[in-house]
Design a protein around this ligand. Structure first.
Ligand code: ZN
Length: 244
């Protein structure tokens, strides 16, 4: 294994100086039995070490010096030990990845919910703009209604096939239900005009219907309470009916 060979090679000088700890020394000795390159390099170190020793008067190094050298060498070995840094890096990288993925998921949810809010606001803003514009059109008819404790007004623009409903005190939508609006033709057939959703923060609610057919082919607007998601034809209790 090339990687281990490199680590052992770095430890050769410490081994030659006799400062490698016993565990590492025996691992290196095992490697030396299989590696010619390390063996020959060790011989060079040993010649160098014995040369140094014979060049100097024989003297045991102070224990403090030896242990500090040992520590320094061990520190260097440790920082060069790939197994250690690999597992540390892997832990850090895995942790960072998990964190990034988690943050990404949170961001995606936030973006989705922001987009939903934005779409709702844009829709609301568009409805408000349409209603304001309708009020300004000379052709818009306006009629007031009061039924079942719900009062309000209906704006009908037959030239632009637009209809706006303003309703006061429409009760909050019951769970699992929705208020569905219907355009009523002279035969009594109903065409869905979408939904009207009371806002708990406001006592009134406004909805705009862009009629799929000329508004002249209808004679009234109805509101019924339907299961969530709406119905193709009215099935629930009638909440309101305004003729125009
Ligand atoms: Zn080797």
């Amino acid at each position: 294994m090339a990687e281990n060979h490199d680590i052992f090679k770095e430890n050769l000088s410490a081994y030659a100086l006799g400062v490698l700890d016993s565990e590492e020394a025996s691992a290196l000795e095992a490697h030396l039995r299989t590696c010619d390159e390390c063996r020959s390099e060790l011989e060079d170190y040993q010649h160098l070490a014995s040369g140094l020793l014979t060049a100097l008067p024989p003297q045991n190094p102070p224990a403090r010096l030896k242990s500090s050298l040992q520590k320094r060498l061990q520190g260097e070995q440790r920082s060069a030990r790939p197994a250690f840094s690999w597992s540390l890096n892997r832990t850090l990288i895995t942790g960072a990845l998990v964190l990034l993925i988690a943050l990404n998921i949170v961001s995606v949810f936030e973006v989705v919910s922001l987009k939903r809010d934005q779409a709702g606001l844009i829709g609301e803003y568009g409805s408000n703009q349409t209603a304001i514009a309708m009020l300004a059109y000379p052709s818009t008819q306006s009629m007031a209604f009061e039924q079942n404790g719900i009062s309000g007004s209906l704006l009908v623009d037959k030239t632009r096939n637009l209809l706006a409903v303003f309703a006061w005190h429409l009760p909050p939508t019951p769970a699992g239900k929705t208020y569905q609006m219907w355009l009523i033709d002279p035969q009594g057939d109903r065409t869905s005009g979408g939904f009207i959703k009371p806002d708990s923060d406001q006592p009134f609610v406004m909805a705009v219907i862009r009629s799929p057919q000329p508004l002249t082919s209808f004679v009234g607007l109805g509101i019924t309470l339907e299961p969530s998601g709406g119905s193709p034809k009215p099935t629930g209790p009638k909440i309101l009916r305004v003729d125009f």
